[in-house]
Design a protein around this ligand. Structure first.
Ligand SMILES: Cc1cc2nc3c(=O)[nH]c(=O)nc-3n(C[C@H](O)[C@H](O)[C@H](O)COP(=O)(O)O)c2cc1C
Length: 262
């Protein structure tokens, strides 16, 4: 642990830039972390590879079953980790999570089915679409283990909008960004526990019955639903647009391999 401290004492933050500008040829090989690059890189790779592995493994899985790979306490730990560790703008902590498991999860999807059935009767959804598409899809969600519902509590956003007037219109989108980070963390986290999951948006159709059934404050805003269960089928094909169209990098430095021991 002492080594980074020695490095930063020798080369305080930003000082290398000035030295490099003054003596470009002499300092061409000095990099901020060039003293022990191989060790540094090995340590970094050790942490990054499992992370990228999980990010790659997270996919949309629609075929879900009830074979839970972990006890419910692990799901609870993961949900609590999201609430404690996912960041929010100005640390507003406005995201709220409702996790429904097993029979309670099934009850949710029975309610959703009921809400949609009421749209079929007056013809808002054609009977054939209901029977062949909507109902099988909803039953597929019900076949899973649980659903996490993501909410925003506006009571924790409004004071910030009032206090920081120049940003007042930004707090709502920032709250949605943070909410989406919770969604992504939990989607990937559930994958890490051995579940498959998919993300749904049945709000605002289901807002009212959910509020009533699970004692949700009426002012909370439902944002999304993450359905999960044992993965019983593969993810679909996924095309990728070229990276070059989507990423720009400027100022990238070539790796210094001269001090690397391999
Ligand atoms: C913001 C957002 C909204 C989405 N909405 C839905 C949705 O309403 N229904 C659904 O089945 N999938 C939804 N998805 C899943 C995407 O269709 C899916 O993530 C995308 O096609 C990439 O596939 P992958 O998840 O397997 O990587 C949503 C994903 C995101 C990020």
């Amino acid at each position: 642990m002492a080594l980074p401290r020695i490095t930063s004492r020798l080369f305080p933050k930003g000082s290398l830039r000035g030295i490099r500008n003054a003596f470009p040829s002499v300092t061409a090989t000095i990099q901020p972390f060039s003293l022990f690059p191989a060790r540094k890189q090995a340590g970094a790779t050790r942490k990054t590879e499992p992370l990228v592995g999980l990010v790659k493994a997270r996919r949309t899985i629609y075929q879900l079953g009830k074979k839970s790979p972990v006890p419910d306490s692990k799901i609870e730990e993961l949900v609590n980790s999201a609430i404690l560790n996912v960041p929010s703008a100005f640390n507003t902590q406005s995201t709220r999570l409702l996790a429904l498991l097993h029979s309670v999860h099934e009850h949710l999807w029975d309610v959703v089915i009921h809400v949609f059935q009421n749209l079929v009767k007056p013809g808002a959804i054609p009977e054939q679409v209901w029977q062949t598409q909507t109902l099988p899809k909803l039953q597929g969600f019900k076949a899973g283990v649980g659903t996490i519902l993501f909410y925003e509590d506006p009571a924790h956003i409004k004071p910030f909008s009032e206090k920081f007037a120049p940003y007042k219109d930004q707090f709502q989108p920032w709250a949605d960004h943070s909410n989406a980070m919770h969604q992504y963390f939990l989607w990937t986290g559930l994958e890490s526990l051995g579940f498959g999951a998919n993300l749904q948006y049945y709000n605002p159709l289901i807002d009212a019955p959910v509020v009533k059934l699970w004692d949700i404050p009426g002012e909370w805003r439902l944002v999304a639903q993450l359905v999960f269960g044992s993965p019983e089928g593969p993810p679909g094909e996924k095309s990728q647009k070229p990276i070059e169209e989507r990423v720009k990098i400027y100022g990238k430095q070539e790796e210094d391999t001269s001090t690397s021991t391999g």
